[in-house]
Design a protein around this ligand. Sequence first.
Ligand code: NAD
Ligand code: UDP
Length: 311
Amino acid sequence: MRTLITGGAGFVGSHLCERFLADGHEVICVDNYITGGGGNIEQLRSNPKFSFIRHDISHHIDIDGPVDNILHFASPASPVDYLRHPIPTLKVGSLGTHNTLGLAKAKKSRYLLASTSEVYGDPEVHPQREDYWGNVNPIGVRGVYDEAKRFAEAMTMAYHRSHGVNTHIVRIFNTYGERMRLDDGRVVPNLMGQALRGEPVTVYGDGSQTRSFCYVADLVEGISRLLFADFHDPVNLGNPNEVSILDFAKEILELSGAKSRIEFRPLPQDDPKVRRPDITRAKQVLGWEPKIERREGMRRTMEYFRNKVKR
Ligand code: NAD
Ligand code: UDP
């Protein structure tokens, strides 16, 4: 099988490249390095089944030969990154999705869109089920990401309905693990980096907002099942184990052994107050549920960042 992964040099994308190579696929990674370099895929370069194309997927792409699977993961994903790159974020969610769907139509590929729990915005339904339409502020600062992903879902369903493309949509909830960028601004690398450097750990607002954190290996397993499933509506993938950000910060401090204090900072605009996936659908359709406890996943991730901070 020949599998094309956009955003393949990013955090989740690099794990997907590795997974599909291990499953025997030929993997074509497309990335423009807008939020990182090639470090995450360095170990794959010597694999003859791996190839890399540096390209902005918001522009048309030609690929020679057959393509069996396309996974569209290109997009700034951290709030800090997408606030820094608002227009490229809107473009990759809209034009990039259109380009990859066009390629899937031409090559008769299976297609999987990386969507997000952000399509639910600041949710008024808790936990979030796939049939909830969300509460998104289209003109708020996070709108550039949320609305791009909502458009991407609409475009994906239109290609499925109008052109019969074999599409899949995963709504990913906060995922963490090795190969996140230490400076990407998301809560896991931020707090772990701060704790390991002995700096104060920054909690935004009073820390009562909640998130539910999924370890990357669990997510990758769910994605690979969804790609081959005969199911076209969106599927939530995430870990339903919900925690307040304040308690999460305390867990990180304990795990790191750091003596750092907690420093409270203003809550960013439109920061969702709660987030937890209802994963009933993933269980039913994919027989999937996360296996790695937060403590274990966090321990592994902390080791990864410990080595990065040392360098
Ligand atoms: P990441 O920032 O680590 O990786 C994204 C990659 O996409 C980067 O390597 C970047 O250079 C590349 N990219 C961005 N725009 C591009 C463009 N126009 N052309 C080519 N490459 C481009 O982020 P991640 O956490 O790995 O997220 C990957 C995908 O999963 C994103 O689509 C994101 O929206 C989705 N997602 C992730 C999470 C999570 O918790 N990690 C949650 C929800 C959704
Ligand atoms: N957050 C925090 N301190 C930080 C970074 C983030 O308290 O240094 C909070 C942020 O306000 C949000 C949660 O942690 O409530 C998760 O933020 P992240 O940027 O990881 O992603 P989000 O889930 O908001 O997309």
